[in-house]
Design a protein around this ligand. Structure first.
Ligand code: FAD
Ligand code: SIN
Length: 503
């Protein structure tokens, strides 16, 4: 059944940290509809471990945070966006604390700050190693208490609606009961998160299928930097599969990467060793695994006492214990896996895209903060800063009470309505891992492009989620082929990386 829902002032597609930060920052007189494709808890935000980067210590400075971000981004960040976002970090933290997020504190009541790769200072605020859960729970409770917010779980946006002048006027939705309905909105915010599910091994939740990217691209928005898919160096490896994330904060607290014979190897790859930026550590592990024929390497934090580990890393301890690993006495088997989309829909820090009335915030957006490789714990920060800035921008727009939405909008391309083909989904993920993984080549990328073109021509009856994945994979492969250099998270053996040249 196709029908129309009552119009809303602001439609927010995605209820992770970006979407909820925007929702809570909009003026209470606006009617806001907040969607989640699955249950609210199934989003990257709720799963985040390490924390939120912010300059909160007198010995640290925004200039140093900017410098670390630019270095990690391998020269491809937009410096103005970097400054704008990082300067807002203390205010973003204060805002989260005002919503009751229980960050870990020192005995004197000050925030406990930890460290992660690429950061020259301790500047990661966290709630033990369950930061995402703490932030998400507090903000979801706040959203549920706001009478101007309508929260819809298990509701999927299929396509954006556009009027005759190309402005965005809402979205076409698949509701929890399976019906399809149009929801018209004065402003639409895409906050759909990432696309890690296009790989067989990922830290991302099942919702991360690149829907926002594909919808925006089909509606005519420009995407940028898609070739920079960040692989997290240390996902727990059990029976050849990624069984969950082992936070980078362990390395920040002294954990060492080792071969099965106990030999430490990171110093052979980078003088910053275990605390080098993430792309470098992931590539070093990949190289060691290839050289020694290993399915994983080890991360060892057994120098810390059991009581200290229970206090700082209860989540990782429990995850490993569930697989029979006692991190206080045993090293943890780890390998890299797909983690974060550094690129996305071109957007300003206030979420504005090229399309009138359409905003993109959080991981789905590309502001230029991350460049070719995101600095650890900068993304939760970006979600809060963008969510708040977008709400402020929308609040500044005139609210014409006689405003009528156009009824003659174009019929949107919703994708196909058929069933998902799990076979193709698996083949697609394997193709991406084989040819568009940590290390790529022109030949492999071309093979991937050919196979994707074949599937796109052949497959007529597939679900919207699979269609979105085919679209974003195709766009990523084309971006990777166009990038004729190795930089940051994009490493192509046909173009030696700068660090390879220096070695
Ligand atoms: P998400 O939190 O992923 O939310 C996306 C929302 O969009 C969900 O509600 C989803 O249901 C919805 N959605 C998607 N498609 C549709 C659709 N078609 N229709 C309707 N709704 C849709 N970053 C840090 O800075 N620090 C960390 O410590 C950290 N740890 C991490 C640990 C893990 C395991 C992972 C996976 C990521 C981590 N990251 C971390 C990255 C960070 O968590 C994400 O970049 C960030 O949470 C993204 O937030 P978001 O709001 O953009 O998207
Ligand atoms: C982690 O805890 O290692 C994840 C941090 C991040 O992705 O920023």
């Amino acid at each position: 059944m196709n029908s129309k829902l009552p119009m809303t002032d602001v439609l927010i597609i995605g209820a992770g940290l970006a979407g909820m930060s925007a929702a809570l920052s909009l003026p209470p007189q606006l009617r806001v509809t907040l969607l989640s494709k699955s249950r609210f808890e199934e989003c990257a935000s709720a799963w985040a471990q390490g924390g939120i980067a912010a300059v909160l210590d007198a010995g640290d400075s925004v200039a140093e945070h900017v410098q670390d971000t630019l270095i990690a981004g391998a020269g491809l960040c937009d410096e103005a966006a970097v400054r704008q976002i990082l300067e807002q970090a203390p205010a973003a933290m204060a805002w989260l604390q005002s919503h009751g997020v229980p960050f870990s504190c020192n005995a004197d009541g000050s925030l406990h700050l930890t460290r992660e790769g690429g950061h020259g200072q301790r500047r990661i605020a966290h709630a033990a190693d369950r930061t995402g859960h703490a932030v998400h729970t507090a903000l979801l409770q706040a959203c549920q208490s706001r009478s101007n917010l309508t929260l819809l779980e298990n509701t999927t946006a299929l396509a954006l609606l556009q009027d005759a002048s190309d402005a965005c006027t809402g979205a076409w939705l698949r509701m929890a009961d399976g019906s399809e309905q149009q929801l018209q909105a004065r402003h639409t915010i895409l906050a759909t998160g990432g696309m890690g599910q296009i790989y067989p091994y990922t830290t991302n939740p099942g919702t991360a299928t690149g829907d926002g990217l594909a919808m925006a691209w089909r509606a005519g928005c420009r995407l940028q930097d898609l070739e920079f898919m960040q692989f997290h160096p240390t996902a727990l490896q059990i029976d050849g599969k990624a069984a969950g994330l082992v936070s980078e904060a362990l390395r920040g607290e002294g954990a060492l990467l080792k071969l099965p014979n106990g030999e430490r190897f990171m110093l052979r790859h980078d003088e910053r060793a275990e605390l080098a930026p993430r792309d470098i550590v992931a590539r070093a592990i990949w190289a060691e695994m290839a050289e020694h024929g290993l399915a994983y390497v080890y991360l060892d934090i057994s120098h810390q006492s059991r009581s200290w580990l229970e206090q700082h890393f209860p989540g990782v301890m429990a995850l490993c214990a569930a697989h029979g690993i006692d991190i206080a006495s045993q090293p943890i088997p780890v390998a890299p896996c797909a983690h974060y989309a550094c690129g996305g829909i071109q957007a300003g820090v206030n979420g504005q895209t090229e399309m009138p009335q359409l905003y993109a915030i959080g991981e789905v957006a590309r502001t230029g903060l991350h460049g070719a490789n995101r600095l650890a714990s900068n993304s939760l920060l970006e979600c809060v800063v963008m969510g708040r800035a977008t709400a402020q921008h929308i609040a500044g727009q005139p609210l014409d009470s006689s405003y009528e939405l156009h009824s003659n909008y174009r019929n949107p391309d919703k994708g196909f309505s058929g069933k998902s083909s799990s076979n193709i989904e698996q083949e697609l993920r394997q193709l991406m891992l084989t040819h568009v993984g940590i290390v790529r080549s022109n030949q492999g990328l071309s093979r991937a492009a050919e196979q994707l073109a074949l599937w796109r021509a052949q497959l007529q009856d597939i679900d919207a989620a699979l269609r979105n994945q085919l679209d974003v994979c195709t766009l990523m492969v084309h971006a990777a082929l166009q990038r004729q250099q190795s930089v940051g998270a994009h490493c192509n053996t046909d173009y030696p990386a700068r660090e390879m040249l220096a070695a």
